[in-house]
Write a protein that binds this ligand. Structure first.
Ligand SMILES: Nc1ncnc2c1ncn2[C@@H]1O[C@H](COP(=O)(O)OP(=O)(O)OP(=O)(O)O)[C@@H](O)[C@H]1O
Ligand SMILES: [Mg+2]
Length: 203
């Protein structure tokens, strides 16, 4: 399973558009693809799913009820009942995740959840490794995920913060959008240092 992360520390440079195109392209090439939305704006999620408005969050959206959800099935495995919605934010709360099928064959989506992802972004620098990085790494290493997908495409938010650096260090490929005339050398070195540091390499 290969993991492609699309990142850039500036906004509006086409990360989500590229993530969508690549996820769809790989699926149409008959690869089994999981698209993950790690941006609290949930724009990639909205490209593939009809998301719901989150009543607890004026600016936020959340995943729709999952088609596999049966409200009459109150399975309380490990003491937790499922509310019928699943997002990538669940991995940070030790809840199981259930990807959604999209209208494109072979392409599954693990959407974001605005409020919950914004909460994850608030972790301190010291907490990132344990509370974010290790959870993403564990999820991507699960045998069921590795067996179910050939490709994982991860869209990230505009800042190289708690939700962007960790997936970069778990990736097989990084697509770092850039403008060589405008972006500074420091911007590239900072990105490379973060990836190397997360992989246990010192530059
Ligand atoms: N190759 C392109 N050519 C022209 N317009 C583009 C291209 N890629 C993206 N856009 C447009 O640029 C805008 C921003 O794109 P997109 O949402 O993909 O950026 P983003 O990096 O994900 O933004 P954000 O940082 O807010 O998440 C959108 O209106 C999109 O349609
Ligand atoms: Mg985006």
């Amino acid at each position: 399973m290969r993991i492609l992360v699309v990142a850039q520390n500036k906004g509006g440079d086409g990360k989500t558009s590229l993530s969508r195109l690549l996820a769809e392209f790989f699926a149409r090439k008959k690869l089994r693809v999981l698209a993950i939305d790690l941006d609290p704006q949930c724009n990639l999620s909205q490209r593939f799913l009809t998301m719901d408005h989150d009543p607890t969050d004026p600016d936020g959206i959340m995943p729709p009820l999952h088609p596999d959800y049966d409200p009459n099935d109150v399975d309380t495995e490990e003491g937790q009942s499922w509310d019928g919605r699943s997002s990538i934010a669940d991995i940070f709360r030790a809840r199981p995740v259930v990807p959604y099928k999209t209208s494109i064959e072979g392409l599954d989506m693990l959407p974001g959840h605005g409020a919950e992802l914004r909460e994850v972004e608030l972790v301190t620098k010291e907490e990132v490794k344990q509370r974010v990085h290790s959870r993403i790494e564990e999820f991507l290493s699960l045998a069921e995920v590795q067996e179910a997908y050939d490709f994982v495409v991860i869209d990230t938010s505009r800042s190289i913060g708690a939700l962007c650096a960790p997936p970069l260090t778990c990736s097989s490929l990084v697509r770092w959008s850039s403008n060589p005339w405008k972006d500074s050398k420091e911007c590239y070195s900072s990105c490379v240092r973060r990836i190397a540091c997360g992989r246990g390499t010192t530059l």
